[in-house]
Design a protein around this ligand. Structure first.
Ligand code: UDP
Length: 326
């Protein structure tokens, strides 16, 4: 019998790619999303399949799903700094109350639960690159604290269910990921730069652009998550691409990719913006036999092709440009 997997945040960027992967692997997929940051457009191609069901539901409220469930993947959460500022309470609730509800469901159904944690648990890291043993440097009361602390609590309660209830759990710490279906106006650097390039605007690098990130293509991430779910390893595992780049260099790459001849302009750095970030993926390599396969050049090309297909209306929103001025 086909296994049944519940994916929360199913209409989001990562959730929708996970739905596709599990359908492809022969699972029955139950998607759940409250659609505050997700979009049905990302999963509309799945609605015609009998292997796909969808619940429009907010997981921070009691979650009921009839029938057996073998796996739960909790990917519901606002995931960009601009969203944490707009909906801080929902961000906290989905990571804390939502995780608690889903752990309860996993326990009742005897399901294995994988949670989407994040490199943000390392905050503005003082250890570089970041191994899973690093405890992090998070400001709990800063603007990013609502996301970072919700995710840290999420890891803690998940580990507690594992230890005290013997629940099968997995924790993936996801580093910056990109690819088709990112929201153009979600404020994150890649859609921001590509959107600006397509609209003929200058690219806004925050700070002096010397901060670094390491970008992983979505298919690589999904492969890592799939392997982790099916592994027997319950401790956190970093999944990300260690190919690190400064934001200024990244802006230059986007200008080259898009053929845009605009400038890079510099705007103030948002509070608590991590200065450097790069995953240590020794564990993923050793335990899961995983490493990223898609180079940034390849991944960016595919992603740019996706953004070019969006119509004018989707290209217009500019609210992310105001993020830094709040
Ligand atoms: N960033 C930028 N210009 C933008 C949007 C973001 O320079 O228009 C910077 C941001 O300050 C950060 C980096 O790009 O240093 C990555 O930001 P993002 O919001 O994508 O993710 P995170 O900070 O969570 O890694």
């Amino acid at each position: 019998m086909a296994k049944r997997v519940l994916i929360t945040g199913a209409a989001g960027f990562l959730g929708s790619h996970l739905c596709d992967r599990f359908i492809k692997e022969g699972y029955i997929v139950v998607g759940m999303d409250n659609l505050i940051t997700g979009s049905l457009k990302n999963i509309e191609h799945l609605f015609k399949l009998k292997e796909f069901e969808f619940y429009h539901h907010d997981v921070s409220k009691f979650v009921h799903v009839p029938g057996e469930i073998d796996y739960i993947l909790h990917f519901a959460s606002p995931a960009s700094p601009i969203d944490y500022l707009k909906i801080p309470i929902q961000t906290l609730k989905v990571g804390s109350l939502g995780t608690h509800n889903l752990l309860g469901l996993a326990k009742a159904k005897n399901a294995r639960m994988l949670i989407a944690s994040t490199s943000e648990v390392y905050g503005d890291p003082t250890v570089h690159p970041q191994p899973e043993e690093y405890w992090g440097n998070v400001n709990p009361v800063g603007p990013r604290g609502v996301y970072d602390e919700a995710k840290r609590f999420q890891e803690a309660i998940t580990m507690a269910y594992h230890t005290f209830h013997g629940l099968e759990t997995r924790i993936v710490r996801i580093f910056n990921t990109y690819g088709p279906r990112m929201r153009l106006n979600d404020g994150r650097v890649l859609p921001a730069f590509i959107g600006q390039a397509l609209r003929g605007e200058d690219l806004t690098a925050f700070g002096d652009g010397s901060q670094t990130r390491s970008f992983c293509y979505v298919d690589d991430l999904v492969e890592g998550i799939y392997r982790l779910l099916l592994s027997d390893y319950a401790q956190p595992v970093n999944i990300g691409n260690p190919d690190e780049i400064t934001i200024k260099e990244f802006a230059e790459e986007i200008l080259k990719l898009t053929g845009a001849n605009q400038k890079i302009i510099f705007e103030p750095l948002p509070q608590d913006d991590p200065k450097q970030r790069r995953p240590d993926i020794t564990k993923a390599r050793e335990i899961l036999g995983w490493e990223p396969k898609v180079s940034r050049a390849e991944g960016l090309k595919i992603t740019f092709e996706y953004f070019k297909t969006l119509d004018d209306k989707e290209l217009k929103p500019k609210e992310f440009n105001d993020f830094n001025k709040q």
